[in-house]
Ligand binder design. Sequence first.
Ligand code: FAQ
Length: 329
Amino acid sequence: MYGNAYIDPNEKMPSFLEGEDLQKLEEFEARITGGDKIEPMDWMPREYRKQLIRMIEQHAHSEVIGALPEGTWITRAPGFRRKLSLMAKVQDEMGHAQLLYSAAETLGKSREAMIDDLLTGKSKYSNVFNYPAVTWADTAVIAWLIDAGAIVNQVANSKGSYGPYCRALERICSEESFHLKYGHDVVVHLATGTKTQRQMVQEALTRWWPPIMHFFGPSDKESVHGAILMKWKVKMASNDDMRNQFLNMYVPKIWDLGLVLPDPAFKKNETTGKWEYTEPDWDEFKRVINGDGPCNKERLAVRKWAETEGSWVRRALNTKESAYVVPLA
Ligand code: FAQ
């Protein structure tokens, strides 16, 4: 009998736990229930390790690819102040990837293997970064609302069970909150600006809203990994709960600016406390996360170019020869 673990003790043990030491599994789950952090050298079931690698790796790739839509606007940002802020933000995102790759490495997968899996399309990254940033206003919507969505997810999950991931998330969240403030500032500037600026930010919101709704993952009944990840406190709330929390915090702010959501069905059910909306287009979501979105090919091509063109830097750093060292006179 598989004690108190995994959903229903009367159910057959799930196949992914077959062969595990049940005594250790129960101790592991008791630690998690008691609020302990699991550290890299601690015993953990194979599935916990596998799920964490999958999730943290996808998160790291999202930061790397996520730098691209905004990164292309650094040279075109309106004014020196905006340019500096955007450059700092993009640099932060790459730093987040470094923190996350390091956290995933503690679980036994090398950074090289993770990058290979990104470049070959084996690993996923967030759906949202497969859409183009058409105008300057798109970068504002990304910095405000996608960073806000990321914060909702990450603040919750930073209270989770795996020590290295939680510590990385805490640091990331404090930087993301600057990004959110910067994004909000640009959105407010555009929304209270000229008619053209207002139209630009409205169009960007209309473009980004469907991917933002997808950002939190499929609905709970379609989520594949949600149950076990919540059981093991890797995810601290379900996809629908995170989405609802985001809507609660940001829909009123969007409406306050006089902006319109591209879904007329949007309203809060005051009895349930949940938002009601037209069901997002999950077929589009699946197409995008499986490689067939508007920018998937372009994004991976840029990463492959960076990998190839940057290989000399890695070689130079790793070499023991002095060939790459410029001799001092
Ligand atoms: N995009 O069973 P579930 C950021 C996949 S960081 C792509 O519900 P799970 C910062 C999922 O992998 C953004 N794929 O999955 C920034 C699975 O496929 P698989 C990234 C998605 O893991 C801001 C399948 O669907 N944040 O934005 C997505 O329980 C601005 C079934 O789904 C994180 O990664 C999606 N949105 O829940 C940077 C946070 N949703 O692997 C630059 C950590 C689902 O079986 C600029 N991750 N899928 O082939 C998580 O919290 C979770 O992994 C979820 C998905 C909630 C994303």
